[in-house]
Write a protein that binds this ligand. Structure first.
Ligand code: ZN
Length: 268
């Protein structure tokens, strides 16, 4: 079975990312499939949860992935949310790190161990605990705990699952990685005025789509984007269920359903 083709890919997409110019209050987003993104925020390029599989490479993917690791160039930052394959991938991360040699890699402690085993030097990494922040290149990044299989907290090393709030160029983007709701999440999110919230909808150990709708009813991001579907058979969801329920329950919520490899420019 052939995969869903990406809108843009390879050198064409790479050039588009490099050439995209943004005014104040704008950010560009490219969905690279599942939880993987490229963000351009002002001048800063961020790769989030870099993951790539060619056709036929295991695990089988339903979606064509637009950028090989060596095409993930020009980044000022790489973020990994947690130590699972589709978020901190030992096959993708070393290539992405090499393609963007200036970019520090933000990641939680168990993901650090995955990255070390994959041969990435510790000096490239900034281990985040959750409820801490990193600032560079006009970007302010806050790491927030997430609750993928639940909240897992180690007194010394911090949280196992993280999401990140990326702020720069007068835009605030929230990518929770994988999460379910947890006690204290709401209060943490309430500290921010979210421009774009990327919300997993696949359920299982993640938000179910009605929970993503509920997130919007509570937190009112300017734009909600469903993510984490369309990649693996047996762990996907139809984004139309999300948009339909949103139209019913939060009718004034702006929702953007992205296509993989397509540029979306958010304007405040
Ligand atoms: Zn995941």
């Amino acid at each position: 079975m052939s995969r869903t083709p990406a809108v843009k890919k390879g050198a064409v997409l790479q050039a588009e990312i490099a050439k995209t110019k943004l005014r104040e209050g704008e950010a560009a987003l490219w969905w690279l499939g599942q939880a993987t993104f490229c963000f351009k925020i002002g001048e800063a390029v961020v790769y989030f949860d870099p993951f790539y599989r060619a056709e036929g490479q295991k695990p089988d993917t339903l979606q064509e992935m637009p950028l090989r690791p060596d095409e993930m160039t020009g980044a000022s930052l790489i973020c990994c949310s947690h130590d699972h394959l589709d978020h901190t991938d030992p096959l993708t991360l070393p290539g992405a790190a090499k393609a963007s040699p200036q970019a520090p890699i933000l990641l939680p402690h168990l993901a650090r161990d995955v990255a070390r085993k994959a041969g990435i030097p510790l000096k490239r990494m900034r281990v985040m605990r959750g409820d801490d922040a990193y600032t560079a290149d006009g970007l302010h990044v806050t790491a927030l705990p997430s609750a993928h299989m639940g909240v897992e907290y180690d007194l010394e090393a911090g949280h196992r699952y993280l999401g990140y709030v990326l702020q720069g160029n007068d835009v605030t983007i929230y990518h929770p990685g994988d999460t379910q709701p947890y006690v204290g999440w709401r209060e943490r999110i309430d500290r921010f005025t979210l421009d774009v919230a990327l919300l997993p909808i696949n359920g299982n150990d993640n938000l179910f789509y009605p929970q993503a709708v509920y997130f919007c009813a509570n937190h009112r991001p300017r734009v909600a984007v469903p993510i984490h579907y369309g990649m693996f058979a047996g762990n996907t969801e139809d984004p139309k269920k999300f948009t339909d329920l949103m139209a019913k329950n939060v009718p004034d919520q702006q929702v953007k359903v992205l296509r993989v490899g397509e540029r979306y420019i958010y304007r405040r």
